[in-house]
Design a protein. Structure first.
Length: 422
């Protein structure tokens, strides 16, 4: 039977537990909205939920994410089961977090969760010196075939790439680093890239922007651009300036090769909103579709890069969430019916002959060097934030002030202690 996969992504703007909306039904239960597209009502078989900027950066770098990710897991699982079509039960397949990037993958108890095996998680940082202020996390598992065959592998990757419109090259470099260093084990012992899978799903804040040419009438007119986004025809036109779409269309590009995407321009830009506002963009940034969900499957042909055997039933943002400058996004994907391969291993993605992704031989060294730096900087930052009652800058000021006071006190002791009875 063809599986239904639901994917959700949200940049929570460093809000931690406070950034988690109390009611997730609009975001995590869209099957209620799209059941008319299906031949019969059915729940999602697999649900993947990704976060970026999950918690304040100094806590993420320090590795102090357990409380927040556990809170997320409990709340999401409760909401999924409370609002699923037939009150189905779900199980957590895996969760992984690195810095502020997190991914949780669930499956129905009565289906995939019973048979999923070979579960692996992985992570990599793509910030300065491979730190985790940017990077990706991944989950991979295998679902055996109903006939007892090897079945298919599923790989989910949640990423957060470099910000700012001018840093397009940095985002491309981030992606190449992720492909080379976000590695999974294989039965033969050699590491494999995210492309060595039957199905691949990429979600997250990829940070690609709408960059208008200087002569465009909406260039620099933030208010007018925000108003224009309410029009479907205007969004159809603006998508032609989306950096990610242009990169994927480039036949010479080696970034995001093989990945497909639904019609993201059908919904308004997910970034950048005023906090607390449902539908008001900030004048400081050009509104953009920074938050994205891409996918591909092993039956997709490299000769038709815009076509996929995966049916995109739903791809939208959820405007009502106002604790972040991003809006959460969600997609509902119907996979093709599994084939019955004669091979002894699961099928893998077909890629163009010109593209052969390979593991970075120095990936492990880079990952752990970045993590060591994360811990040092994160915990020093955490200490300053503690001294500053939540503000690292105030903490540094208090620390310097304290050092000065201590030095003054010590010098006073020396001066006062210089005399004495003869």
């Amino acid at each position: 039977m063809a599986l239904l996969v639901q994917i959700a992504s949200y940049n929570t703007n460093l809000q931690g537990v406070e950034g988690l909306p109390q009611d997730l039904v609009d975001w995590l239960s869209p099957t209620l909205q799209v059941s008319a597209f299906l031949s019969h009502q059915r729940p999602a078989d697999i649900i993947a939920v990704g976060f970026q900027e999950l918690l304040p950066l100094h806590l993420g770098l320090s590795g102090l994410s357990k409380k927040v990710i556990d809170n997320r897991n409990a709340h999401i699982l409760e909401q999924i089961e409370a609002n699923s079509l037939n009150k189905e039960r779900y199980a957590l397949i895996a969760k992984v977090v690195n810095g502020g990037v997190a991914l949780l993958v669930y499956a129905r108890d009565a289906g995939v969760a019973r048979t999923a095996c070979d579960v692996h998680t992985t992570w990599t940082g793509s910030g300065p010196a491979y730190m985790a202020n940017k990077g990706a996390v991944g989950v991979r598992f295998r679902v055996p075939g109903e006939d007892g065959g090897p079945g298919e592998t599923f790989t989910f990757v949640c990423a957060h790439l470099t910000a700012h419109a001018a840093k397009f090259a940095n985002r491309i470099a981030d992606w190449h680093h992720i492909v080379g260093s976000l590695l999974f084990p294989s039965p033969v012992g050699t590491p494999t890239t995210l492309y060595d899978t039957s199905h691949l799903f990429l979600l997250g804040d990829l940070n690609f922007r709408v960059v208008l040419p200087p002569a465009h009438p909406l260039k620099g007119a933030s208010a007018a651009l925000g108003q224009a986004l309410s029009s479907q025809s205007a969004r159809d036109a603006l998508k032609e300036y989306d950096q990610l779409l242009l990169e994927r269309r480039d036949p010479a590009s080696s970034a995001f090769v093989g990945l497909r995407e639904g019609e993201f321009w059908k919904f308004k830009c997910s970034y950048k909103y005023h906090l607390g506002e449902v539908d008001k963009y900030s004048e400081k940034r050009t509104p953009s579709w920074t938050d994205r969900i891409l996918y591909t499957t092993y039956t997709d042909s490299p000769d038709t890069p815009e076509q996929s055997a995966i049916t995109n039933l739903l791809y939208t943002s959820v405007p009502g969430y106002t604790t972040s400058d991003h809006k959460p996004i969600v997609s509902l994907l119907l996979l093709p019916t599994p084939s019955t391969p004669s091979a002894a291993t699961p099928p893998i993605l077909r890629l163009p002959a010109r593209y052969a992704p390979a593991p970075d031989p120095h990936a492990t060294r880079k990952r752990y060097a970045g993590r060591a730096l994360d811990r040092v900087i994160g915990r020093v930052w955490w200490l300053f934030a503690l001294l500053g009652a939540g503000s690292a800058l105030v903490g540094i000021f208090n620390f310097v002030l304290g050092l000065g006071a201590w030095g003054w006190w010590r010098s006073g002791i020396k001066v006062g202690g210089g005399g004495g009875p003869v």
